[in-house]
Design a protein around this ligand. Structure first.
Ligand code: CTP
Length: 398
């Protein structure tokens, strides 16, 4: 997967810099082309000679040599991905602030490729509010974070802040950037988020869906090469992937219209939105004033998007539904699979800890059309998205 991939490894001044030596070796062994950049402080922790020998390339540290200028712009454009590992507290702060007082930072600021960081800090520094807010800032710039691990730290204390192991970083790169584009040429429709059904100009009926699960699925499908249209209900989540076509909608009806518009040319549709089942019969044009002790609203059923796509489905199309249940999970999920003519249903139960709305994790069970069951552990929503997409790929047999 990494053969021929161009990877920049940026190393900062941290005890964990010794692990970067193994990281470079693993990447070279996997066939990647590696350029190593050190901050001046990193020189005290690892030897440029070791790294240039392993990477088979000159290690760069300074923006200027005696007689030449390191072209940070070209380096930033050359790479498929830039990995800063270990990322020290100091370099993190400079990245967050847009500082540029060494070559590594200049390349970071010029990089047109994705940038991934693997922080390494002592626990107290890691938990300092400034580190947290700096991390949030660089995430908002689109940078990705490889989570720290818990264990023995340089101080001798045991806690959170250890840099991820080199093997884990290689795995992260493979599964986040260099997956085979198995779904290239496939057009995919994904729905995500809640819908809001207007009562009057200031009120609506909605639900707690954040849209995180559906967005993670859209991103994963895109990473596998699919052409993705995401129909997204009112969600505060932002989508940084440029290639995903996002259609923002508000109500169940708008979501239905956006889906039916593109469905005929869709190969795979994944309906993960929490669509309102009912909508007010009348939406008042003026704000409804309060009068009386009680208030009765009348609702009518919305159109079931999944069901309607299931009715139109051709033999070439693959349809995925979701079932969020609180009881009789299996039975209800299997009924939905059948009654809506889906090919696969992803079930989650609100009884499982870490599953459902708002969490960053989820626990799913998948059923396919022939009733086969696929069980998964509680995982981050991005890891769950990988499981869902892997199962789709397995079932459509590409
Ligand atoms: N769905 C849809 N359009 C709707 C309602 C639901 O496309 N108007 C889709 C959801 O995106 C999800 C699946 O249908 O894929 C959920 O099935 P549904 O029967 O609506 O689940 P619930 O709303 O939980 O239904 P019930 O209250 O009967 O359990």
């Amino acid at each position: 997967m990494l053969k021929g991939k161009k990877i920049i490894i940026g190393i900062t001044g941290s005890i964990a810099a010794y692990k970067a030596i193994l990281l470079v070796r693993l990447l070279i062994k996997a066939g990647a082309e590696v350029r190593v950049l050190l901050t001046p402080a990193a020189k005290d922790f690892v030897s440029p000679l070791t790294l240039s020998t392993l990477s088979k390339n000159k290690v760069l540290i300074e923006l200027f040599d005696e007689d030449s200028w390191a072209n940070h712009v070209m380096l930033g454009r050359w790479a498929d991905v830039m990995v800063i590992a270990p990322l020290s507290c100091n370099t993190l702060a400079k990245m967050a602030g847009g500082f540029c007082d060494n070559l590594l930072l200049a390349v970071y600021l010029s990089a047109t490729c994705p940038v991934v960081v693997a922080p390494a800090m002592d626990e107290d520094m890691w938990k300092h509010p400034s580190a947290k807010s700096n991390l949030e800032k660089i995430v908002s710039y689109g940078n990705k974070i490889i989570p720290v691990e818990s264990g023995e730290l340089a101080s001798g204390l045991v806690g959170e802040g250890r840099m991820a192991e080199p093997e884990a970083i290689v795995k992260y790169l493979e599964s986040n950037f260099f997956l085979p584009k198995t779904l290239a040429g496939k057009k995919v429709l994904v729905t995500a988020g809640p819908t809001y059904e207007a009562i009057d100009p200031v009120r609506f009926v909605g639900n707690h869906s954040s849209g995180k699960m559906g967005i993670a699925i859209a991103k994963e499908l895109f990473a596998r090469g699919a052409e993705v249209t995401l129909v997204l209900g009112p969600s505060s989540q932002s989508i940084t992937e440029n290639g995903i076509k996002v259609k923002r909608v508000r109500s169940a009806e708008e979501m239905y219209n956006a889906c039916t518009e593109v469905y005929a040319s869709t190969d795979i549709a994944v309906m993960s939105a929490a669509v309102a089942d009912y909508t007010p019969i009348n939406t008042a044009t003026e704000k409804i004033k309060k009068n009386g002790e009680t208030w009765h609203l009348e609702f009518k059923k919305t159109r079931d998007i999944l069901k309607s796509l299931g009715e139109k489905k051709t033999a070439q199309q693959f349809l995925v539904g979701f079932a969020l249940e609180t009881n009789n999970e299996r039975e209800y999920a299997l009924n939905k699979l059948k009654s809506k003519n889906a090919d696969m249903i992803v079930m989650n139960s609100l009884r499982d800890a870490g599953a459902g709305f708002g969490h960053d994790t989820n626990k799913i069970t998948i059923f396919d059309k022939s009733g086969r069951e696929y069980n998964f552990d509680t995982k981050s929503k991005s890891a769950v998205a990988k499981d869902i997409v892997d199962t789709i790929i397995h079932l459509i047999n590409v």
